[in-house]
Design a protein around this ligand. Sequence first.
Ligand code: UD1
Length: 399
Amino acid sequence: MKVLSVVGARPNFMKIAPIVKAIAEHNYDVRGYKTKMDHLLIHTGQHYDFAMSESFFGDLNLPAPDAYLGVGSNSHATQTAEIMTRVERILLEQRPDVVIVVGDVNSTMAAALVASKISYTAKGGRPKIAHVEAGLRSFDRTMPEEINRIVTDSLSDFLFVTEQSAIDNLRHEGVQEERIHFVGNTMIDTLLAFRDKALDRPVLRTLGLLTSCGEPLPYALLTLHRPSNVDDKDTFVDILRALEQIAKELPIVFPAHPRTQKQFSRFGLDGFFRLLETESDSLEERFLMEQGINVVPPFPYTDFLCLMANAKIVLTDSGGIQEETTCLGVPCVTIRDNTERPVTIAEGTNRLAGTTTDGIVRTFRMQIGRNVGHSSPRYWDGKAANRIVQVLVDQLQPL
Ligand code: UD1
């Protein structure tokens, strides 16, 4: 069976890594038997900076992609079209039996759309499409990711879901039961596999976040990159005012996404931040974090996981971080009005804060005082990728 996986943006890499590993383990077990899976990994190049892409491959033991399509940044339409054109060429050349797409980025939707309409021969013939992390809905169609999720799910043959709400959403949309598979969360597979390695990373020392006895100092970790939060100056300033208040109580470490860095320069908001260089050796073992919002470049996966695991609290507008903090037992304040991952609120450590100054500060105060335990929603047990491979083998192996 020929399997082709398409990735493109930072959160895709953590979601595909355990699947690549599970396929290799499966092949080792069957050793030449007819269910052997030939796997190809295609990187669209939606993300291309070293810190947003290549650093993850080494960190997560991912093999180098079999093809790199180099699409780069552009408007949604142009980027999606470029991905489609280049993925089509690869699919016609390779003719996989199944195409795996993960998450909700433009690369996910573009690859699913191509695979759904391609014909290998004049008589037809197309790959099956498997969507990993299917069924999540924020019910907010102003989010580009929500459009990507809806389109990808409607085209996919295999809908691999991470939580019960996703099953409910898909049923509500009339999806046939046999397409839905509750397998768990491959991003949590990665977190569990790399947690020990992450805790050994020297990033706290590099950032001056350890006491002289080697204990972590208290800090808040921030991520912020959603267009609705950083592309509108008024909303961005409201959020920054809240962060300014919070930073008087707890220093904030802010690995800033390139999109956000561009926006705070464009809007002239640099005054809110303290920019730290982390490259210089002289920073080692110095106490760097002060009151304020300390901006650092984006980190590789295990460094970021180390920062998350040791934070007093995480402030974020990311989707995946709501899940990772649930698993780590770290209180999370989500700077959004909605979430497509409600299990993180019902069973986890997450609270929605909205995007107003008052709402964010209030939610921070509620969350910082909370004694949260770590939580494991159903099937967030490190075995999601193995379940995915098993479903594909059971349903696609030749008779
Ligand atoms: C994309 C995903 C989003 C995901 C995020 C994670 C879509 C629609 N959005 O958003 O769901 O949460 O990735 O990071 O697919 N840029 C660089 N270097 C890079 C990549 C991007 O400088 O390697 C800059 C460019 O200015 C670019 C901007 O960031 O225009 C946005 O990149 P893009 O991939 O369009 O969307 P993200 O905001 O990264």
